[in-house]
Design a protein around this ligand. Structure first.
Ligand SMILES: Cc1cc2nc3c(=O)[nH]c(=O)nc-3n(C[C@H](O)[C@H](O)[C@H](O)COP(=O)(O)OP(=O)(O)OC[C@H]3O[C@@H](n4cnc5c(N)ncnc54)[C@H](O)[C@@H]3O)c2cc1C
Ligand code: SF4
Length: 495
């Protein structure tokens, strides 16, 4: 333990973010950094408690509790306190191939289950994680480490999101020759085309891809498996295939007026902006612009929040985000949401802070159901009709939504983004290989085993689990690599 009374002696502090009104003028990351002394103090708050839930990574009601890659959190907190940064970096890389991604975008279920959080504010685990890896890169400690010996086995990984990249990194470490196939023009999956640049600078993604390439992994972009190369061909060409294609099939809303102009899927909006920004700093105009528009985002989750932040940077006229869920309480409800569950409390995400700074209020509307879209004489959307709803749960635990009479409302809108979630993986590879699917249409493969119903074919990440988190994708990619290695070699040293 760093110091037995650190959690009483020091308060939780986070580095200040860039000011909301300043940061909406650009597309740069919004987090600032702490210096070494400040981090040392924050590391000292870790109690190195007897049962550190922070690194458990288990599913509980309401979400994940603890770190899904089982980061050795109390160990690196202590190393930071002692100023042993290089040793902290080694510990961090033992469990996480890409802490520079999770340190930026993870919702930090570790902090929700931190024992200090039982009596006060949790340790700033995510900030410490990011600082360790950022310092590692600054100091030149993170260098390519190609394997010394090659096994002669060839593995294809389909999809270059965090699951595919983690899987490829681990398989390459074990000496297998790995080719990653990606249909997009850039590597990274949702790390590149999905999560906006202000949360994760794409140079950070490319820096890791360059390292993986220098370690011997081959990347083939602009190649869709199932179309450019058949899935059967891939299975016969390689000793094993790992499917990490994500769960990218967007869920739709079936509402009157959906076919009006100006109503788009959130991913078309987000990805168009990111691609245009990377290709031409938005000068090619190949994106949906929200400039001077009244924007409504349907969907209260993270994708919807990213649409709000993007619309603000496009200089929209107004932006409102609808969610069907009720506003969360200000403090954790100990009866229905006890520690170490992920705390369901009202917070302002980065986009909400920005909208509040600009327009004076939280842009979210809670417990709202969209009933219909109405258009003008040219077929452009001009308004949304909504009603407030109340959520109850019946005796079987099923959610029931009831409309509250008299709460109908009309909202002007020039642009609407639909961000109501994802339905699962796309079907092309699944049908070509005749893969079994689970009841949610994901590729069927047991967690921890990752073998699909077809010999030599494994599945990991969102394609197996459904739309989830970067940290779960890294966990699954790492574990799937271990199982592929065992399948190819009969035994494995991979964790
Ligand atoms: C807008 C948005 C924001 C998010 N923000 C966060 C966040 O802040 N924090 C967080 O933890 N999680 C976030 N998530 C979730 C997270 O990004 C995903 O859970 C994670 O990226 C899943 O990783 P994956 O590798 O399984 O799949 P993906 O990242 O989806 O990658 C799959 C890749 O496979 C490729 N592919 C698919 N089919 C084929 C094929 N047939 N041939 C070749 N390539 C193919 C796709 O092009 C894609 O590049 C967000 C998700 C979205 C949509
Ligand atoms: S990966 Fe996420 S859950 Fe794990 S330590 Fe980092 S922030 Fe916490």
């Amino acid at each position: 333990m760093s110091t037995p009374t650190g959690f009483m002696d020091y308060k939780r502090e986070l580095p200040a973010d860039r000011s909301p009104l300043e940061r909406i003028k650009d597309w740069d990351e919004f987090h600032k950094h702490f210096n070494s002394d400040q981090l040392r103090t924050q590391g000292a708050r870790c109690m190195d408690c007897g049962t550190p839930y922070c690194h458990t990574g288990i599913e509980m009601p309401g979400g994940t509790s603890g770190c899904p890659v089982n980061n050795l959190i109390p160990e690196w907190n202590n190393l930071i306190y002692r100023g042993l940064w290089r040793e902290a970096l080694d510990r961090l890389h033992k469990t996480n191939n890409f802490p520079e991604f999770t340190g930026r975008v993870c919702p930090a279920p570790c902090e929700g289950s931190c024992t200090v959080g039982l009596i006060g504010d949790p340790v700033t685990i995510k900030t410490i994680e990011q600082s360790i890896i950022d310092k590692g890169f600054e100091e030149g400690w993170v260098v390519p480490q190609p394997p010394l010996v090659r096994t002669g086995k060839r593995v294809a990984v389909v999809g270059s999101g965090p699951a595919g990249l983690a899987c490829a990194a681990q398989l390459n470490k074990a000496g297998h020759s790995v080719t990653v196939f990606e249909r997009a023009d850039r590597i990274g999956g949702l790390l590149t085309y999905g999560i906006p640049t202000m949360k994760l600078d794409k140079k950070i993604v490319q820096r890791r891809v360059d390292l993986l390439e220098a370690e011997g992994i081959q990347f083939t972009t602009n190649t869709e498996i199932g179309k450019d190369v058949s899935a059967d061909q891939l299975v016969s060409d390689f000793d094993a295939v790992v499917l990490c294609g994500g769960a990218t099939k967007a869920r739709e809303v079936e509402i009157e007026g959906r076919d009006l102009k100006g109503i788009h899927l959130a991913m078309d909006y987000l990805n168009g902006t990111i691609k245009s920004y990377l290709d031409s700093n938005l000068e090619d105009g190949n994106y949906i612009s929200a400039k001077d528009k009244n924007v409504i985002v349907i969907g209260g989750g993270d994708t919807g929040t990213d649409c709000v932040a993007t619309a603000l940077r496009h200089e929209c006229k107004s932006v409102t985000q609808f969610g069907t869920h009720a506003k969360a309480p200000l403090e954790r409800d100990q009866a229905s949401n006890p520690w170490p569950q992920f705390p369901n409390v009202y917070t302002l995400d980065y986009a909400h802070e920005e909208a509040r700074a600009l327009y004076g209020e939280d842009p979210r509307q809670f417990s709202v159901l969209t009933k219909k879209f109405v258009g003008d004489e040219n077929g452009n959307v001009k308004e949304l009709h909504t009603v407030q709803i109340q959520r109850t749960v019946d005796e079987t635990g099923r959610r029931i939504y009831t409309e509250i009479p008299g709460t109908e409302r009309v909202w002007p809108a020039d642009l609407v983004f639909i961000a109501v979630g994802f339905e699962g993986p796309e079907n092309t590879i699944i049908s070509q290989l005749n893969l079994e699917q689970d009841r949610r249409s994901n590729v069927k493969a047991k967690y921890g085993d990752y073998r699909t119903s077809v010999d030599k074919v494994f599945a990991a990440g969102d394609m197996r689990r459904g739309q989830s988190l970067v940290v779960w994708a890294i966990n699954e990619g790492r574990e799937a690599a271990r199982e592929v290695d065992r399948f190819l070699m009969g035994t494995t040293m991979l964790p």
